[in-house]
Design a protein around this ligand. Structure first.
Ligand SMILES: NC(=O)c1ccc[n+]([C@@H]2O[C@H](COP(=O)([O-])OP(=O)(O)OC[C@H]3O[C@@H](n4cnc5c(N)ncnc54)[C@H](OP(=O)(O)O)[C@@H]3O)[C@@H](O)[C@H]2O)c1
Length: 190
């Protein structure tokens, strides 16, 4: 891919690893192929694209990588175990790369939305269960502005910041109970 881009004189200055989907339910009942597809889309695709495009950005001394994590990037998520695990991977990967790239002119940003009004919940099959959230335009604008300023982590909206603070500060057992309660309220039970 890189050779073909270079042959055509195309420089990629910004990489946005956005593709993703939700998968709800207890891990012992969800289809294995869906869980593995999630690893492929959230983790492998991000790794492949970043590996492909980052070296040229570093050589040029400029570039931006924007990874789309989630407020679920900061602690385990019962009933969405693989979603939480893959989004946690993105947080760890993004923050590590950002550290490595200091001084190169290339920055890595992790955008961590909470509930956002997109097709995400319909596609995950949890439509009609009181899903509201922040507008996609607002989240995208915050992400792009933050990326352009080279910010490391962006969490849109006050309540999403409160949620992430809880993930980081609550005792793990309390946080897991909170997530299970939220998921139960959304109709996600065994
Ligand atoms: N909406 C939320 O509440 C929310 C909250 C936190 C994080 N996020 C994250 O935000 C990102 C964007 O999601 P969204 O809210 O915009 O949802 P969306 O409207 O459903 O869009 C999902 C995007 O991912 C692509 N995609 C999904 N499955 C794919 C696959 N198997 N292979 C290739 N591409 C695939 C879709 O491409 P096609 O349209 O071509 O299928 C689409 O561009 C995701 O990483 C998601 O985890 C969303």
């Amino acid at each position: 891919m890189c050779a073909r881009l270079e042959a055509k004189g195309i420089e990629i200055g910004i990489l946005v690893n956005n593709a993703g989907f939700g998968l709800h339910g207890a891990f012992d009942v969800t289809p294995l192929e869906d869980e593995l597809r999630m690893v492929e889309v959230h983790v492998c695709a991000t790794v492949r694209l970043t590996k492909a495009l980052l070296p040229a950005m570093v050589r040029r001394g400029r570039g931006r990588v924007l990874n789309i994590g989630s407020v679920y990037s900061f602690a385990p998520v019962p009933m969405q175990a693989m979603y939480g695990a893959t989004k946690a991977f993105l947080a760890s990967f993004s923050e590590a790369l950002a550290g490595e790239l200091k001084g190169t002119g290339v920055t890595v940003t992790l955008l961590c939305p909470g509930l956002t009004r997109t097709e995400f919940h319909n596609r995950a099959g949890i439509h009609g269960k009181g899903i509201r959230g922040v507008s996609a335009d607002v989240v995208a604008r915050l992400g792009v502005d933050g990326m352009e300023r080279g910010r490391l982590v962006i969490i849109p909206s006050f309540w999403n910041n409160v949620f992430v603070l809880a993930a980081r500060c609550f005792p793990r057992r309390t946080y897991l109970a909170l997530i299970l309660t939220i998921n139960r309220m959304r109709g996600l039970t065994r």
